[in-house]
Design a protein around this ligand. Structure first.
Ligand SMILES: [Zn+2]
Length: 466
């Protein structure tokens, strides 16, 4: 069976091939860099990583663009509260995002592009929409008139035929099943950062960012657009309305959406005390590979219920695979090749490939791997697994790990990774703030014992390795 994905636009599973040549042109809505990303966000980014790796395993090249939203309501508010420019404020969280995704072994998209570096492109696009009659202006801000785009609602499959003409919204995020004219260009308000453009002094809305940057780098029709399911409406619906109004062509052929993550079957929220960033989990002693494994283990269109038992089980599963690999590397196998085991390795590879071809069914792909390992261990116990079968088993493990990437331990023998050090420093800062000086001191000593020296400066804590 061919590679196929569930397409939100058509509500069907469809065979996937790229439009041009062998290159998959893909766009992902990236982070809004106002804070550390939480593990719900990271679930979506982990799905995109699995998607990237599987497309490549199937012989495609990638041209993948991810935006960094570095101007937006929350960013402006938080930066002002800290007396920083939005550039200074977002630089910290942009770097944190790059560090966190690297810790989780998420491949970097071919291009990561910042909204603030494309303001003129966005102003041009809004001018074009205005010339085509899709906009109106009110109090200096420019709005998109959705009544002029007859297929509005086709992605989220909402019927908006009864919409109130002229009802509009200024904020970037709104989740009501209520269609509104949305803001393309926000006129400058007192004290807010703004750009001078032919539209006047102001800043772009969030939705126009993605349309403009996606088409600038990938052309008018993308192969795949991905994001979290919460972006389907209104964000992605609005991206379609903007892009297709500009070009008259389909904006994206395939829309892939990752489902939500819950914690112990509850919605993750700061008020429930169950809100976790990657740094929180690493600070609690969990390995990045276990977190990656857990996030990848549930097929992306199913809701993922994150539990600490699940995280521990993920670590155990990885251990089982590593133990098998170690056994394969060190076992004294009798000479020869058992044809039955050559066929078994080929069957495992086929089952693994077919699972991922089936809309990235990661649960079944993992099942194929564990069945193989279980059977191979028994065959080794029984002396049926011969030296000539080892290369085939290694090949299967390599194929598995080219997608799941959990076999290599993150931590060097006895050492701490940068992310673990950062997590301990963050925990120490929190302990100090809570006046738990004993814990803060303990962390300093623990780091020192592992060869990391802390230096408290006016700018915060600096660290170096001995
Ligand atoms: Zn977007």
């Amino acid at each position: 069976m061919a590679l196929r994905f569930y397409n939100t636009l058509t509500q069907q599973v469809e065979i996937f091939t790229p439009l041009h040549d062998n290159v998959v042109r893909m766009y992902t809505c990236g982070p809004t860099v106002y804070n550390f990303v939480h593990i719900g966000n990271l679930r979506t980014f982990t799905f995109q990583d699995i998607l990237r790796r599987w497309l490549r395993a199937r012989g495609y090249q990638l041209d993948h663009v991810m935006n960094i939203t570095d101007v937006e309501d929350k960013i402006i508010r938080n930066a002002a509260a800290q007396g920083k420019s939005i550039g200074e404020y977002t630089a910290v969280y942009t770097q944190a995002f790059l560090d966190d995704t690297a810790t989780l072994r998420l491949e970097r998209p071919e291009r990561m592009v910042k909204a603030t570096e494309h303001i003129d492109d966005m102003a041009d696009a809004i001018e074009k929409l205005r010339a085509k009659g899709f906009t109106y202006t009110s109090d200096g801000s420019v709005y998109y008139r959705i009544a002029n785009f007859p297929t509005y609602g086709k992605l989220s499959h909402n019927d908006f035929s009864g919409i109130r003409a002229g009802a509009r919204v200024d904020v970037d995020e709104y989740d009501k099943a209520d269609a509104r004219d949305f803001v393309l260009w926000k006129a400058q308000k007192d004290g807010e950062p703004a750009w001078e453009t032919p539209l006047g002094a102001g800043r772009p809305g969030w939705h126009i960012e993605c349309s403009v940057m996606a088409m600038k780098y990938l052309g008018e029709t993308l192969d795949i657009h991905t994001g979290g399911v919460d972006l389907t409406f209104p964000h992605h619906e609005n991206e379609i309305a903007q892009s297709e109004a500009l070009t008259g062509k389909p904006f994206a052929r395939f829309w892939l959406h990752a489902e939500h993550l819950s914690i112990d079957s509850q919605k993750m929220s700061k008020s429930l005390g169950n809100f976790y960033t990657l740094r929180d989990l690493i600070g609690m002693g969990y390995a990045p590979e276990a977190i990656r494994y857990l996030l990848a283990s549930v097929p992306y269109r199913k809701k993922l219920n994150f539990t600490f038992d699940g995280l521990k089980a993920a670590a155990t599963s990885i251990e089982r695979l590593r133990n098998y690999k170690l056994r394969l590397e060190t076992a004294k196998l009798a000479a020869g090749t058992n044809e039955k085991w050559t066929a078994r390795a080929a069957a495992a590879t086929k089952a693994f490939d077919e699972a991922l071809d089936d809309d990235l069914n990661t649960a079944e792909a993992l099942g194929a791997a564990f069945e193989f390992v279980r059977d191979a261990n028994s065959a080794m116990d029984a002396g049926e697994f011969l030296a000539g079968n080892a290369p085939e088993a290694f090949e299967f493990l390599d194929r598995f790990d080219s997608v799941f990437d959990v076999l290599k331990p993150s931590v060097a023998e006895g050492g701490l990774t940068d992310a673990e050090i950062e997590a301990l420093i963050a925990e120490r800062a929190a302990a100090k703030k809570a006046k738990n000086f004993a814990r803060a001191d303990e962390i300093r000593k623990e780091l020192e014992a592992k060869g990391v020296i802390l230096e408290d400066t006016k700018e915060g804590v600096r660290w170096k390795r001995k």
